[in-house]
Ligand binder design. Structure first.
Ligand SMILES: [Fe+2]
Length: 263
């Protein structure tokens, strides 16, 4: 089962598992996120990042939060998420990031199509380039229903393979850096290095990607790549693949995330 999941993520960049949570697990995890109602990025939404955060919680007598952290870490173990990640990366993993956040109904813009691990599209990244193998496999567990234009995630399958070769090519100085966070810039770097990427992935993958994302207007409005999900569904994805997020326009959204990378 785990091996098949890892294989599918390696192939497509993403997998969706319906009814991942049992009804009682859904209630329990929802209670935890609902207790804080913390928005994304808020410190109350973060259960675990490193051991420092645990010490701070302890010093501040945040025993309830510590208990929740413990419960969420235990849940991860029970569901063997680390094993899926180990099978995916083929190496030992570090899984010390857990958060759970609450997004209220909102009509603001969608986070547009982008790839993670791309220096946020800066023209001149002032940091040295990261090792291309150092990226997250992200586990999103939905605690509420999500759908098109209502908090769902969209993901263009197989684009994680292209992104990986771009990061690796830049890291190994085989291709030169240019911004590639947004889909538009990503398409440009692909076109500028098409022969190199054809050899590293396949000309079929590159051609399909360029064709499928040709008309920016239609790609922006399409729901072809949407991953609708009912509460209790989990999606696992390679963060390098081109994806976008939509705001919850119909109902509040609750999600628990486990981010796992090679150690
Ligand atoms: Fe992202």
């Amino acid at each position: 089962m785990n091996n098949n999941l890892a294989k599918e993520i390696k192939e497509n960049g993403i997998v969706k598992i319906k009814n991942f949570l049992l009804p009682k697990e859904l209630i329990r995890l929802s209670n935890i996120v609902n207790f804080y109602k913390a928005p994304k990025g808020d410190k109350e939404s973060v259960f675990l990042t490193n051991f420092k955060i645990l010490s701070i919680k302890l010093l501040k007598f945040k025993f309830r939060s510590l208990a929740h952290t413990y419960e969420l870490a235990k849940f991860k173990k029970k569901k063997k998420l680390d094993q899926i990640a180990r099978d995916f990366f083929n190496k030992q993993v570090n899984s010390n990031y857990i958060d759970g956040y609450y997004s209220k109904v909102d009509n603001k813009d969608i986070l547009p199509w982008h790839t993670d691990q791309a220096y946020s599209g800066s023209k001149k990244p002032d940091t040295k380039f990261y090792n291309p193998d150092n990226f997250y496999l992200k586990f999103f567990i939905y605690l509420t229903n999500v759908s098109s234009n209502n908090g769902c995630m969209s993901y263009i399958p197989k684009t994680h393979k292209i992104a990986y070769e771009i990061r690796k090519g830049i890291y190994n100085k085989e291709i030169s850096y240019q911004p590639y966070w947004s889909l538009k810039d990503f398409r440009n770097i692909v076109k500028d290095n098409q022969n190199f990427l054809n050899k590293k992935t396949s000309s079929e993958i590159i051609e399909n990607f360029l064709k499928d994302t040709e008309f920016e207007d239609s790609i922006n409005t399409t729901n072809k790549y949407d991953y609708n999900a009912t509460a209790g569904t989990m999606i696992i994805f390679d963060e390098g693949g081109i994806h976008r997020g939509s705001k919850p326009t119909l109902n509040d959204r609750m999600v628990i995330r486990y981010l796992i990378k090679p150690s």
